[in-house]
Design a protein around this ligand. Structure first.
Ligand SMILES: [Zn+2]
Length: 526
């Protein structure tokens, strides 16, 4: 007796091939047949006529590193049809953590009432599995985390000994199954590294044929130089490169993606293995501290807050440019622990109401929150978003933590991308705008990210593959979450199946069923 039969659905297999009507038969976590299986006995049959049966979406750019400890369902990701969240992006991972990285993480965890039980990558992976998440997860090693573990929050190049220690820590984590290395070159301490340091670390990534993903050094006026830097890191080390959430930020820089994507395409034509990902919105989301120059961050958040309290230093900061720019009316508070009432209001508005200039207001807000205030930044152009999205080498990734409309993850007004990313591409950009076919959209969410990660047997509907699947209504799939009202599930996702087990059924989370695993690259997946 088979476990599950999905009968008569429209199968879009993830490869980009045209859809076909087929049954999908599942047993012991795997797809055993795609084709005619209508007469096969199964413990359960799902009638899927008129619905799309696709590989579960692989969120190649997620930040759900600790979300499963607060919400094992990873609700907003699950409701989008995500069956694998790839964490540890933008230079920050939950492991391996030692020294300063460990104390920083402990401070963050304590704000949510959590206690760390790991140091190594393998111990973290075990802790995640003990939390029994609804969907699969895996992780990069964050370069900032490595640097902070070995060197602390200092703004200088590593000594030979320090670099060797970082390489050793990275290599060990890769051997324990990390999918690669991520950098966050606008975020100290990752931002304190030069290309030589990153290329040296990437040699370890290359030796195990894993992926290097970078939140590049500049997505504004310096976008092209920043893309070049990462192409150069790839050339020097031979590593495969993934450019995270590709964009041109800041009104004066709109249109630059035409040239940045041309640079990437030239490198690809020359044989370099480089690709990118993107979320389908014109606003980004990050920490308010990005409006403060990197040198102010040296020594970590408490040192930064001490400097921000000094009027002389604040005057110097005001005279400096930052990568993000300071279009205060476009910068909206998403989450501020001490002041939930700020959520949804711009810095310009809040500073005006307080009778302060916006930079002084931002400095005080950061001091009050020990540097941890989340923002939404309306910095992009819709035309740019579409130009990037249409490139066949661009994956879809949410760049977000899974949230939930209840419990601790319901706090504030986070970016709607955590609830909307994948359905928004399928609803808005495929069905309404017609930017590309449904088959192409599904490929950008499944086989393309799986191939970037070198994941075997995921991201495709075919016999022998893992049964990670989403069943959705092609006429109804779409995002509902907005900036004003973000905690809203998308429409049209009917079933989500993870490792052969139904975890979302009729659009509802199934209670108590948590088949997700921590996928360790190079080791037994599950
Ligand atoms: Zn990032």
């Amino acid at each position: 007796m088979n476990d599950l039969l999905i009968r008569g659905g429209t199968v879009i297999d993830g490869t980009g091939a045209p859809r076909s009507i087929a049954d999908v038969l599942i047993h012991r976590g795997h797809i055993v047949r795609v084709g005619d299986a209508s007469a096969e006995p199964a413990l359960r049959t799902i009638e899927a006529a008129g619905q799309v049966v696709a590989p579960g979406f692989i969120d190649i750019h997620a930040h759900s590193d600790e979300a499963m400890f607060l919400n094992d369902a990873l609700e907003s990701a699950l409701h989008m049809g995500v069956t694998l969240a790839v964490n540890g992006n933008c230079g920050g991972s939950s492991a391996p953590v030692y020294g300063c990285a460990a104390s920083d993480l402990d401070r963050d965890l304590s704000r949510s009432g959590l206690v760390r039980s790991w140091a190594t990558f393998a111990e973290y992976a075990d802790a995640v599995e003990r939390a029994r998440p609804a969907i699969n997860v895996c992780s990069f090693v964050g370069h900032g985390t490595l640097r902070s573990s070995v060197m602390g929050p200092v703004a200088r190049a590593p000594s030979g000994k320090e670099l060797a220690a970082m390489r050793e820590l990275l290599r060990q984590a890769l051997l324990e199954g990390a999918v690669g290395l991520s950098s966050g070159l606008i975020y100290p301490p990752s931002a304190f590294a030069d290309a030589a340091e990153l290329a040296s670390l990437c040699a370890e990534v290359r030796s195990l044929d894993r992926l290097y993903a970078s939140h590049i050094r500049n997505e504004g006026a310096g976008l092209l130089e920043a893309v070049e830097e990462n192409l150069e890191i790839g050339r020097r080390s031979g590593v495969r490169v993934q450019l995270s959430h590709h964009k041109a930020a800041g009104e004066g820089n709109w249109g630059l993606v035409e040239r940045s994507t041309a640079l990437i395409e030239r490198a690809r034509a020359e044989g370099q293995d480089v690709a990118a990902d993107q979320y389908p919105y014109t606003a980004s989301s990050t920490g308010l501290s990005v409006v403060i120059p990197n040198w102010v961050h040296e020594g970590g958040p408490s040192a930064m807050c001490l400097r921000l309290a000094d009027p002389v230093i604040l005057g110097r900061i005001a005279a400096e440019e930052t990568e993000t720019g300071r279009a205060w009316e476009r910068i909206v508070i998403a989450r501020a622990r001490q002041r939930p009432d700020w959520a949804g209001r711009s810095v310009a508005d809040l500073a005006g109401a307080a009778g302060k200039d916006p930079l002084s207001w931002a400095a005080e807000a950061l001091i009050l929150h020990e540097g941890a205030v989340d923002i939404i930044h309306h910095s992009m152009d819709e035309g740019d978003v579409r130009l990037v999205m249409a490139k066949p080498w661009v994956c879809i990734g949410s760049d977000s933590r899974a949230n939930a409309p209840y419990g601790p993850l319901s706090f504030g007004r986070p970016h709607p991308r955590s609830y909307g990313t994948f359905p928004r591409v399928l609803g808005r950009y495929v069905r309404e705008v017609g930017l590309f076919s449904l088959e192409e959209a599904v490929r950008k969410m499944t086989m393309l990210p799986a191939s970037r990660l070198h994941l075997e047997g995921r991201g495709v509907v075919r016999a022998g593959a893992w049964a990670d699947l989403v069943i959705f209504d092609p006429d109804l799939i779409g995002d509902v979450a907005t900036y004003d009202d973000p905690h809203r599930y998308p429409t049209g996702t009917l079933q989500v199946i993870v490792n052969g087990v139904v975890v979302l059924d009729g659009g509802e989370t199934v209670a108590g069923v948590r088949p997700g695993r921590f996928l360790r690259l190079g080791l037994a997946a599950a």
